[in-house]
Design a protein around this ligand. Structure first.
Ligand SMILES: [Mg+2]
Length: 376
């Protein structure tokens, strides 16, 4: 059996209410997915994280090296793609294209072998995972703090036991938001903060110190992603665990974070860091360094399904009877592509999601939704 078609598809979902984070506004969600087909009619789906039109062009670049390959040989295909662009794509968007194709090939493998991806990764260590709500973005509103508090309370009432809020508006405003949200949700709910690399070291340490009394579960991307040594210094000087990695790529990039002791938690995105083939290796590296992996996940239902399969298999070290479970990041911002594209739909029950046990990623694509959102 060989791969006979690699088709990138750009999807766009206009937002009713635009939102922003520390870097820019979103008025729509535009995402590139890829459909990989074999001569026997099997179809696999993958998704890349990042600017969709660029990922589409990159997928078109890689397609000739994927066509006529055996879809069961995911590492062989990965190597062909990687080596063909290594000279000019050691980081960045080309790797999102490789990731999308790689994840689609895993979906294909599962469907061909009639097994869920989690089994093919080595086995299902869990059938469900706790979900944290990635939420509390900034919106144009008269009272931002109050709006964020209301959102946090709704999330808590809908069963989430963990939630992440954005920071990066300036330390004073961030602290006002953190304090109000912590007060509203009470002490039991896990609360993370995410600056999307908005701060320099001096600002980050100031925010970390002042946020410490509010029991922050982790501080995500406080600093620019390349400041590996500053991340280490920050870790040395705050009790809040430091998380980063959504802007990092490949095992070599994550090895740099690990060697510099830059993070307590690594967050590779399965649609950018190199796909399931590479992120499994990144997770093994992290495990050897005693560092946790909680993938970054921010896209359509395909990205959610890919993360779930990965999380089913991931190792937690040290092992013990009541070991903590790995979290799925579930974006709660408005996104039709997450809600409508896959069947069965993304469904959270009491703050948890079941990991599909159907072949491949365990999902089907809703063709009506695909037609509705496809723009190229
Ligand atoms: Mg983040």
């Amino acid at each position: 059996m060989v791969i006979t078609n690699v088709e990138p598809i750009v999807l766009n979902s206009k937002l009713i209410q635009k939102f922003y984070f520390s870097q820019w506004h979103y008025e729509s969600r535009t995402i590139c997915i890829v459909k990989v087909v074999t001569d026997e009619g099997y179809v696999g789906w993958g998704e890349g994280y990042g600017p969709a039109n660029v990922i589409k062009a990159a997928i078109e670049f890689y397609a000739p090296f994927v066509l006529n390959q055996n879809p069961l040989e995911n590492e062989t295909i990965w190597q062909k793609m990687h080596r063909r662009s290594l000279d000019f794509a050691r980081r960045g968007i080309m790797l999102s294209a490789i990731s999308a194709i790689d994840n689609a090939i895993w979906d294909l493998k599962g469907k061909i072998l009639n097994q869920p991806v989690s089994i093919l990764l080595g086995g299902r260590k869990r059938d469900s995972v706790p979900v944290y709500a990635s939420a509390m973005y900034f919106t144009e509103t008269d009272d931002l703090t109050q709006t964020l508090v209301e959102e946090a309370v709704v999330l808590k009432e809908s069963g989430f036991k963990a939630m992440k809020m954005k920071v990066g508006l300036g330390i004073e405003q961030d602290l006002k938001n953190i304090e109000a949200i912590r007060k509203a949700i009470g002490p039991e709910i896990k609360l993370m903060i995410d600056a999307n690399h908005a701060y320099n070291y001096r600002e980050a340490i100031q925010l970390a110190h002042q946020a410490e009394p509010f029991n922050i579960f982790w501080f995500e991307e406080p600093l620019s992603p390349e400041e590996y040594d500053k991340y280490y210094e920050l870790r040395q000087n705050t009790s809040i665990p430091i998380a980063t990695g959504e802007c990092e790529f490949l095992r070599d990039g994550f090895l740099t974070l690990l060697k510099n002791k830059s993070a307590d938690i690594l967050q590779p995105d399965l649609g950018a860091a190199g796909g399931l083939t590479e992120v499994k290796k990144i997770a093994s590296l992290a495990n050897a360094y005693g560092v946790e992996v909680i993938p970054h996940c921010w896209g359509t239902g395909i990205a959610v399904a890919t993360a779930l399969q990965f999380l089913s298999n991931i190792d937690i070290t040290p092992g013990r009877m009541f070991a903590p479970e790995p979290f799925l990041e579930l974006d709660r911002s408005e996104n039709g592509l997450r809600e409508e594209l896959i069947k069965p739909a993304v469904q959270v029950e009491d703050g948890r999601m079941k990991i599909p046990n159907k072949p491949g990623l365990g999902i089907e694509i809703d063709e009506d939704a695909l037609r509705k959102y496809a723009i190229s």
